[in-house]
Design a protein around this ligand. Structure first.
Ligand SMILES: Cc1cc2nc3c(=O)[nH]c(=O)nc-3n(C[C@H](O)[C@H](O)[C@H](O)COP(=O)(O)O)c2cc1C
Length: 174
């Protein structure tokens, strides 16, 4: 079964897409571009149940491997991905059965940025959220997208390792 890659960049064809292509060459994963969908922010009254969130949640429960990809924007995950993460709350309320169905699924995170390492704590919301849903967090890769070729080369290798499932150490310790 092909992994589902959820692209959280503000553009579909930028550096984060490139990171995804390094980790998952053409045809080896299914891609879902978050900004292509209309997804409202979390609503305490669940007035946005008709938007695209539940269909994406459904797609997540139909695969055994999920990869979240995001650029670092202002030291944090991108806004499209944060909107999506806030909506994961629905999976503990009105969409509880889908939330329970996430248990045991393997999940990865790939980030891109122009600083040499991920900001401290960047991985925490990912790791803790995946733990909350009893998913198996397999680790993260960081693709440096600045101009230092040596760093970029090391990161390309680490990003390729996501697919090979060999990347299992914290990232922000260069
Ligand atoms: C709004 C914005 C904020 C950014 N903030 C950071 C940052 O805090 N740290 C960093 O390393 N790079 C930062 N960058 C650079 C991007 O993370 C980097 O260029 C990334 O690879 C872009 O991916 P994309 O083409 O998918 O958007 C920022 C870029 C933008 C547009």
């Amino acid at each position: 079964m092909r992994p589902l890659v959820i692209l959280g960049s503000a553009r579909a064809d930028g550096e984060t897409r490139r990171a995804m292509d390094i980790a998952f060459p053409a045809g080896s994963a299914d891609l879902l571009v978050l900004p292509d969908f209309i997804i409202g922010g979390y609503d305490y009254q669940h007035r946005n149940t008709a938007d695209a969130f539940s269909s994406i949640a459904e797609a997540m429960t139909s695969v055994d491997k999920i990869v979240f990809t995001t650029p670092v924007y202002w030291y944090a995950m991108s806004a499209p991905l944060k909107f999506f993460f806030d909506r994961l709350t629905d999976l503990t309320e009105n969409l509880k059965s889908q939330g329970k169905a996430l248990a045991g699924r393997e999940v990865w995170m790939i980030a891109t940025g122009t600083e040499h390492a991920l900001p401290e704590g960047f991985e925490v919301p990912f790791r803790r959220t995946f733990e909350y849903f009893a998913m198996t967090y397999c680790g993260a890769a960081y693709l440096y997208t600045g101009t230092d070729e040596k760093t970029a080369r090391v990161d390309r290798r680490n990003t390729r390792r996501v697919r090979q499932k060999r990347y299992r150490r914290p990232l922000n310790t260069r």
